[in-house]
Ligand binder design. Structure first.
Ligand SMILES: Cc1ncc(COP(=O)(O)O)c(C=O)c1O
Length: 463
């Protein structure tokens, strides 16, 4: 080698060593180090959720809750769950982090990133009643479903079963998975008439849908095309019975799109009996737009591989140290599956970190109180429209079989025309994005009894 090249090589090696040491120091892998703050640290939350500025509304003062939102006060917001407007504490947090990042992106990340990430995880975990190590953040429900259904380990011959009532995001994630790997996907129908479903009927239909080769059951908890809510605990109990007769590698994994339940249904995730819950945080939770999560049981995480490289600092630390992040085949015990699954890269951190305030907002209102409020308004709406002769209520009346989504048909009117007519009167509804379309209203913590009554009157006038 010429002296010139040798000198360059030496310089290059020194440069690499300096960069390596700098990275290790930043990753917290050398003694007395700081942290690579922008990276996720999926470590157990050591700190309790930081005391936030209280929501400061008296229990049951829903007008005060509504006043925390910047939603146009001149309109009645029954489509706010489609894409959330977030309450003031969330908006303030986003603004605070944005200002910090705008002024000094790297410095703000270094100084606050790890703590803010940990706080967002701790708040989400507290809300879900779950271990933060079982959580992966995503950008949306669709993101989570795509990563989950793309990454689940399937042996040749094993199949995925989903339902005719799942949303495009599930169907398309499974179609793409099948196209890439040849996996078999089967779709089953759980009901013909959504208004007439029963819990027993739904459980029996799910059971019938499971075959000897079924490894994954891909369900949606609250169907956004009909408003039907699956009796999830009963469904998972029935699957659990089947699983007891199967070898561990053949057990059915229950994966649930829970986006229309998160922020409505008060149950803790581990009590539901499913393996994975996937949701966006920008619908009923009224969290920052572009946020979501996947929660999985410990053992279930073993069944899925990551797709987008994780930015967990332990994963990057392993890579810097010349090892593979998943411990070269045998996963390192210190790196949970959720951490490897969580898609890395730098994110819209101001939104992700403000998840802490979004979850705290609901925790302070009380999960049970939010659920009861949503249910009471949905019941009022269903009772009101059901009394209109030419209205066909699509969603079940029973609170056990429905959540916040209320779907209906108004005589022979096309749903989009009905929604447009309501919009002209300041009543904001949506249309179900399915082949069998319906008018859809979502009463929530941003609507009132007066809003519901006005919607019923307007629908009556249309009918
Ligand atoms: C059942 C269901 N899952 C997923 C989605 C998509 O959610 P996200 O915007 O969080 O991807 C929707 C509607 O937007 C939906 O109705």
């Amino acid at each position: 080698m010429s002296p010139l090249l040798a000198g360059a090589a030496g310089q290059y090696r020194r440069r690499v060593e300096i960069d390596r040491r700098a990275l290790l120091r930043r990753a917290g892998l050398l003694a007395g180090t700081g942290a690579l703050a922008g990276l996720t640290g999926c470590e157990p939350a050591r700190h309790a959720v930081r005391a936030a500025a209280p929501v400061a509304v008296a229990p049951g003062d829903w007008a005060a809750v509504r006043a925390r939102f910047d939603l146009d006060p001149g309109r009645r917001h029954f489509a706010a769950f489609v894409l959330a407007s977030h309450p003031r504490p969330v908006a303030d947090a986003i603004q605070r982090h944005r200002a910090g990042l705008q002024a000094d992106p790297d410095g703000y990340l270094e100084a606050h990133g790890r703590r803010l990430d940990r706080e967002a995880r701790a708040a989400a975990a507290e809300y879900l009643g779950a271990d933060p190590q079982g959580l992966a953040f995503t950008r949306s429900t669709t993101d989570g479903l795509g990563l989950l259904y793309g990454g689940l380990r399937l042996r040749p011959g094993q199949e995925v079963v989903t339902t005719a009532h799942d949303f495009y995001a599930t169907h398309e994630a499974l179609r793409l998975r099948a196209e890439r790997t040849g996996a078999t996907v089967r779709r089953v129908r759980l009901y013909e008439d959504p208004a007439a479903v029963t819990a027993d009927g739904l459980v029996a239909a799910v059971r019938r849908g499971i075959g000897p080769r079924t490894r994954v059951l891909a369900l949606t908890w609250v169907h956004s095309g009909t408003g039907v809510k699956l009796p999830l605990r009963e469904v998972t109990a029935a699957v659990g019975e089947l699983n007891r007769q199967r070898d561990p590698g053949d057990r059915v994994l229950v994966c649930v799109d829970a986006v229309h339940a998160l922020g409505v249904e008060p149950a803790d995730a581990p009590d539901l009996g499913c393996d994975f819950l996937v949701a966006g945080c920008h619908k009923w939770l009224f969290g920052p737009r572009g946020t979501g999560l996947v929660w999985g049981r410990d053992a279930a995480w073993e069944q899925v591989t990551g797709t987008v490289p994780s930015f967990d600092r332990r994963a990057i630390g392993a890579w810097i140290g010349g090892r593979t992040p998943d411990g070269s085949g045998s996963r390192s015990a210190s790196l949970p599956g959720a951490a490897l699954f969580e898609p890395g890269g730098f994110h819209a951190f101001e939104h992700r970190w403000a998840l802490a305030e979004a979850f705290r907002f609901h925790l302070e209102l009380g999960k049970a109180a939010v659920a009861a409020r949503t249910r009471a308004l949905a019941t009022r709406l269903k009772d009101g429209v059901a009394a209109i002769p030419s209205v066909r209520l699509v969603t079940p009346r029973a609170a056990e079989l429905s959540a916040g989504i209320v779907c209906l048909d108004v005589g022979d009117r096309r749903p989009d025309e009905a929604a447009a007519a309501l919009r002209r009167q300041g009543i904001l509804a949506s249309v179900t994005p399915y082949a069998d379309a319906h008018l859809r209203l979502g009463p929530s913590i941003v609507t009132s009894e007066a809003d519901v009554d006005a919607a019923v009157r307007a629908i009556h006038a249309l009918a």
